[in-house]
Design a binder for this molecule. Structure first.
Ligand code: NAD
Ligand code: MN
Length: 356
C-alpha cells in the first residue's frame, strides 16, 4: 500500500463545503486504485479560529505541516477579519516557508463549459500559466513617508532576486519541455519597469540557451492580457512574475468558464517540502452555507495533486469524470446555470470516477 499523507485546511465559508466533496473523491480514488491510501488530518486554521484564539494557525503550524506529503487547501476569508490577516498569516507563510515558488494554473476550457469568448472552443483555450509565487511585487517591503501631510507618500517595493527568477524561469522551460510544448510565452514590462523587467528578460534569454528546442516570446503584460482574450490559441505555457501572474490567472479563469472551476498548485518542485493544492476562488461569503458552491475547482485541485505525485492516469480519470459530468449538463450548480447542490454535482463526479 502506498500512503500519501495529506494535511487538509478547509478554511472558511464555502471552503469546508467543497473540501467535503474533495474527501469523497479521495475515497473513490482509493477504491478505484486499490493500492493507494490517502491519510488525512484536518486542521481548523481559519478566520473563526483567528477570532477566538487571535491567530490563524498555531505558532508551530509550519512545523506541523512540514512532514506531510501535500497540503489540500479550501479557501479562507471572512467579513469580520481583514483579508490581509488571512493572507499574510496563513497562505503566504505556507507558500514561502515551503518554497512553493511555482504557482501552477491550468487555463483549460473543459468540455461542457462555454467560454465567455464567443468564438473560442476547447481546442483554443488550453494552456498553463506558471506564476512566480514567493517574491517580486508581493514582497512586504516598503514604507510611508510624510504621513498626515499633503506630501504623504507610500512606497511598495518589488524584489526580484537572481535565485528566485532563475528557478521559476528554469521551471517554466523544463515544464514546457516535459509536456512536449513548442513555445514559452513570457510576461514582461521592460519598457516601463526599467529595473525589474529587463533583469527578468535577461534571465529568460540566458536560460533559454539550455532549451534550444523551445522558442520563447516576450509579451508586454498589457498586450498579453489582451491576447488572452483575442487569441488564447497562441499560448501553451506562460511564465509570469507574482503580480502579473496573479492578474493573468484570474483573467484566464474567467476565459475558461469561471472561478468555481479553476484549480491551482503551489509547488515545491524539489519535493523538500509539501506542495499545496487549492481552488483559486475564495471563501465566497455571499453563497456560503447555502450548499450551492461549485465543487469542481476543489476536485480539479486533487487532480493536480495526483499529477504532482506522478499518478498521471488517476489525474486523467478525475479530469475526465469532471468533463463527462459537465458535458452531460444536468444537475449543475447555479454558477453553471443549473440548480443543483454542491453535493449533487460532486456525487456525479464521484460515481464517474468509480467507473474508472
Ligand atoms: P471569492 O472567490 O470568494 O468570490 C467571488 C465571487 O465568485 C462570489 O460571487 C462567489 O460567490 C463566486 N464564487 C467563488 N467560488 C465559487 C464557487 N466554488 N462556486 C460558485 N461561485 C463561486 O472572492 P471574494 O468575494 O473577492 O473574496 C471572499 C473572501 O475570500 C475574502 O475574504 C478573500 O480574501 C478570500 N479569498 C481567499 C482566497 C484563498 O483562500 N486562496 C482567494 C481569494 C479570496
Ligand atoms: Mn488572485
Amino acid at each position: 500500500m502506498k500512503y500519501i499523507n495529506i494535511a487538509s485546511i478547509p478554511g472558511d465559508g464555502i471552503g469546508p463545503e467543497v473540501m467535503n466533496e474533495g474527501y469523497k473523491v479521495l475515497k473513490a480514488l482509493e477504491e478505484l486504485h486499490g493500492g493507494l491510501s490517502f491519510e488525512r488530518n484536518e486542521f481548523d486554521w481559519n478566520c473563526k479560529r483567528y477570532l477566538e484564539a487571535g491567530e490563524m494557525m498555531p505558532e508551530d503550524g509550519l512545523e506541523i505541516l512540514k512532514d506531510y506529503d501535500a497540503i489540500l487547501f479550501g479557501a479562507v476569508g471572512a467579513p469580520e477579519v481583514p483579508d490581509h490577516i488571512s493572507v499574510w498569516e496563513l497562505i503566504l507563510p505556507i507558500r514561502r516557508a515551503f518554497q512553493q515558488y511555482v504557482n501552477l494554473r491550468p487555463i483549460k476550457l473543459l468540455k461542457g463549459i462555454e467560454s465567455p469568448l464567443r468564438y473560442k472552443s476547447v481546442e483554443d483555450i488550453d494552456f498553463t500559466v506558471i506564476r512566480e509565487n514567493t517574491e517580486g511585487e508581493y514582497s512586504n517591503s516598503g514604507g510611508k513617508l510624510h504621513e498626515n501631510t499633503p506630501h504623504e507618500t507610500v512606497i511598495q517595493n518589488s524584489v526580484f532576486t537572481r535565485y528566485g527568477t532563475e528557478r521559476i524561469v528554469k521551471y517554466a522551460f523544463e515544464y514546457a519541455k516535459q509536456k512536449g510544448k513548442n513555445k514559452l510565452s513570457v510576461a514582461t514590462k521592460s519598457n516601463a519597469m526599467n529595473y525589474s523587467m529587463p533583469f527578468w528578460d535577461d534571465i529568460v534569454r540566458e536560460i533559454s540557451k539550455d532549451y534550444p528546442s523551445i522558442p520563447f516570446h516576450l509579451y508586454h503584460i498589457d498586450a498579453l492580457a489582451a491576447f488572452f482574450v483575442l487569441k488564447p490559441e497562441e499560448f501553451e505555457v506562460v511564465v509570469a512574475s507574482n503580480l502579473f501572474g496573479d492578474i493573468l490567472t484570474d483573467l484566464g479563469a474567467a476565459v475558461a468558464g469561471g472561478i468555481g472551476i479553476a484549480p491551482s498548485g503551489n509547488i515545491n518542485p524539489e519535493g523538500t517540502y509539501p506542495s499545496m493544492f487549492e481552488p483559486i476562488h475564495g471563501s465566497a461569503p455571499d453563497i456560503a452555507g447555502k450548499g450551492i458552491a461549485n465543487p469542481v475547482a476543489q476536485i480539479w485541485s486533487i487532480s493536480l495533486m495526483l499529477d504532482h505525485f506522478g499518478y498521471f492516469e488517476l489525474a486523467e480519470v478525475v479530469l475526465n469524470a469532471i468533463e463527462s459530468v459537465l458535458m452531460k449538463g444536468d444537475n449543475l450548480t447555479p454558477d453553471l446555470g443549473g440548480n443543483a447542490s454542491t453535493t449533487e454535482l460532486a456525487d456525479q463526479i464521484v460515481n464517474k470516477i468509480l467507473e474508472g
